[in-house]
Design a binder for this molecule. Sequence first.
Ligand SMILES: NC(=O)c1ccc[n+]([C@@H]2O[C@H](COP(=O)([O-])OP(=O)(O)OC[C@H]3O[C@@H](n4cnc5c(N)ncnc54)[C@H](OP(=O)(O)O)[C@@H]3O)[C@@H](O)[C@H]2O)c1
Length: 231
Amino acid sequence: MPLKIGIVGGTGGMGKGFALRWAASNNNHIMIGSRDATRAAEAAQLYKKEAEELFGGDNSNNLRITGGDNLTVAKESDVLVLSIPYQNIDAVCPAILPHISDDCTVISPIVPMTKTDAGFEFIPFMDKDKKTSHEMVAAHMNSPDKLVSAFHVISEKKLVNPNIQLDYDIFVCGDDDGAVRTVTGLITEIKGLRPILLGSGRLAYMAEIATPLLLNAMIKNKMRNPGIKLV
Ligand SMILES: NC(=O)c1ccc[n+]([C@@H]2O[C@H](COP(=O)([O-])OP(=O)(O)OC[C@H]3O[C@@H](n4cnc5c(N)ncnc54)[C@H](OP(=O)(O)O)[C@@H]3O)[C@@H](O)[C@H]2O)c1
C-alpha cells in the first residue's frame, strides 16, 4: 500500500538518501520536513528533479516528493523518519511527536556518537546521564511502541546516490509487530538492503552502537563508508 512518508530534517544528507531511494519504487508520497518550510519545499523540488532524471521515465508524473515544515509533515505521515542529530532530539520532538496519528510508525536512525581522542564513541556509555536515541525519542511519544530504530549502519554517502548498488544489512529494533513490519517493508523496498531483526526497542542501543564501531573500523583500516552484512 502506498505510504505517506514524512522525513523530519529531510534537508540533510540522510533525508535526501531516504527520499531518493524510496522514490525509486515510485510507490510512496515522500514529504520533506524542515524547521523552515521554504527550505523544505526547495529541497523537495531538487530531490524530485533528481529522481525524475534518475528513474522517472513514463512514471515521472507519479513521483510525489513535497516539502513542508516539520509539524505539518509529521501530522500527515503514515511513517515518520526522524532524520535529525542526537543533540537536537529534545529540541525538535516535543513540538512534533504528540501531534502525529496514533497509527504513525516512527523511525529513528539517530546515532548518539561523538569523536574523542580515542576515536568515535557511544555517548550513553561515556556519560551515564545520557540516554540512547531510542529512549530519548520514545519519551516524547504518546504510543512509544510505534517507535522502530533502524538505518544506523548505512552511510549517507551510499544511500544518497541511487546509482551505487547496495548489499548491506540493516538492524531493526522495535516493540510493535505492525510497526516493525512496516519498517522492514520499507528497508526491503530499497534494492540491496536486508532487514535484520535484533529484538525489542530496549535493545536499540545495539543497533545505535554499530555506527561508531563501523566508523572506527573505517578509519583504522582505510575503508570507504563500510556497511554491515551478516553471513
Ligand atoms: N550521515 C550518515 O551517514 C548517517 C548514517 C546513519 C545514521 N545517521 C543518523 O541520521 C540522522 C541524520 O543524519 P544527517 O547526516 O542527515 O544529519 P544532518 O545533516 O546533520 O542534519 C539533518 C537535518 O537536521 C536538521 N537540524 C540540524 N540542526 C538542527 C537543530 N539544531 N535543531 C533542529 N534540527 C536541526 C536540519 O534540517 P533543517 O535545518 O532543514 O530543519 C538538517 O538538515 C542523524 O541522527 C545521524 O546520527 C547518519
